[in-house]
Ligand binder design. Structure first.
Ligand code: SAH
Ligand code: SF4
Length: 436
């Protein structure tokens, strides 16, 4: 059957959708080139904020109305459980985040409606990749989350933290590299906790060294030129990790280090496990090693009880930390989380204002930080023609910054190759340069 997968939410969902596509093709189905052509539509849902969940549900509703065989996977399914059939009468199947590997079988069984909420992975589902000429790939290394941040529903829907066996991860990276992949991004909710709950090396490798060791071994794989990972918790910026950045040029000098708030009071209420000073200290150690170390972050505005003074502390923290890029979220209470019991006290308009203020700050800070790079030479992994101007090529430097440059078609470098670009102009979100 012809199928299409629509994905909402994080990179982990993007990766699960890719793996599902590969499993579907292996089972004899064919990827549709557009929605109209598809007989089967699978929606990979997010529930981290209410809006995200509503988008996925709305899309599924439209697909049911369009008489497609409609299924939903991912976090919203786990949160809603059997209630999904009330929210979406007529949906054919729904599977929890760890059960997407069952979808080809669900389709061949053809018994609808069907609900799968299990916590067990289908063997082989995580490592499924399509054999296409990609040069960059996501690799899931850690499932679930055992942190209990007051606002977050992820632990309820993605289950307990579990580190994938290291040999399985390495085998996957080797096979990707053999197929031409140059850059891998390792995924986990709190990826620096790889090896904390179970020993993925199965040889007594301690928790503090499990992830550093994984990074070292992946860096040594033939053909792998760049290793990235996301998301990181400030507590994980250990001496062992700093040593990896010093020793392995393949490991990009970029961390996505969600801070959520700059107010110690709010951080304590969120149960984040660090203070403002500790966050700044972690960033300071990275920048002491390399002043150009890229640090990006997530922030929640309008957490219950967040005062103007708390918010100002967030603003100053982002400046003091010299955050290169930030994703700002308006607080959204999620049923069953600790903070959902608190009054959602910051009015909608005020959340909007704080959101916009941080976006404006980011524009200013992004421009300042990028301007400091003018005149430097960046090693860029070429991605392809720029979306805005096809006469230009676009790629990313090790810090994940977007770099564009004019590229006459004759001797333009190919996607997936490295190019050395001297930066000539800085914008808030983009660097422009010339190839040398
Ligand atoms: N595991 C990651 C975060 C995954 S969720 C981490 O802890 O680093 C992605 C982001 O969504 C979070 O960093 C947070 O900024 C935001 N988020 C999570 N729950 C939220 C909520 N209830 N309301 C608004 N934003 C939220
Ligand atoms: Fe959404 Fe979080 Fe689930 Fe990712 S893990 S899909 S961001 S709820």
């Amino acid at each position: 059957m012809k199928f299409i997968v629509h994905t909402y939410g994080c990179q982990m969902n993007v990766r699960d959708s890719e793996a599902l596509e590969a499993l579907m093709v292996a089972a004899g189905h064919e990827k549709a080139s557009c929605e109209e052509e598809a007989q089967v539509v699978i929606i990979n849902s997010c529930t981290v904020r209410q809006k995200a969940e509503e988008k996925a549900i709305g899309k599924a509703g439209n697909m049911i109305a369009a008489k497609k065989t409609t299924g939903m996977m991912g976090c919203a399914v786990k949160r809603l459980g059997a209630d999904i059939f009330k929210r979406l009468p007529g949906i054919d199947f729904a599977v929890a985040p760890r059960s997407f590997g069952l979808i080809p079988k669900i389709l061949s069984d053809g018994v609808f409606p069907r609900l799968e909420l299990g916590d067990d992975l289908e063997p082989g589902s995580l490592s499924a990749h399509a054999a296409e000429g990609a040069f960059s790939a996501f690799v899931t290394v850690l499932l679930g989350c055992d942190n209990r941040c007051s606002y977050c529903i992820v632990p309820d829907v993605r289950g307990h933290e579990w580190s994938r066996p290291a040999r399985e991860v390495l085998a996957e990276v080797k096979s990707l590299a053999a197929g031409g992949v140059k850059e891998v991004t390792l995924l986990g909710q709190s990826v620096l906790r790889y090896g904390f709950r179970n020993d993925p090396w199965k040889d007594g490798t301690g928790a503090r060294t499990a992830f550093p060791r994984l990074l070292r071994e992946i860096s040594a794989v033939d053909g792998i030129e760049r290793v990235r990972f996301t998301s990181s918790h400030p507590r994980g910026i250990t001496e062992e990790m700093l040593a990896v950045w010093r020793d392995c040029p393949q490991v990009c000098r970029h961390v996505h280090l969600p801070v959520q708030s700059g107010s110690d009071r709010v951080l304590r209420e969120m149960g984040r496990g660090y203070t403002r000073a500790e966050y700044l200290d972690a960033v300071g150690r990275l920048r002491a090693m390399d002043g150009g170390f890229a640090v990006t972050t997530d922030v929640i505005v309008g957490y219950p009880g967040e005062t103007e003074a708390d918010f100002e502390e967030t603003r100053t923290l982002l400046d003091e930390a010299g955050i290169d890029n930030s994703f700002i979220f308006k607080y959204s209470p999620r049923p069953g989380t600790r903070s959902a019991a608190l009054p959602d006290s910051v009015p909608k308009e005020e959340k909007e204002r704080r959101n916009q203020t941080l976006l404006d700050d980011q524009e200013r800070r992004g421009l300042e930080r990028n301007s400091a790079l003018v005149g430097t030479v960046r090693e860029v992994l070429v991605e392809g023609p720029s979306k805005r101007n096809p006469a230009r090529l676009s790629g990313r430097d090790g810090g994940g910054r977007i770099v564009v440059w004019d590229a006459p078609a004759e001797n333009a470098p190919k996607p997936g190759t490295m190019a050395m670009i001297r930066i000539t102009h800085a914008h808030a979100q983009i660097l422009k340069g010339e190839k040398i």
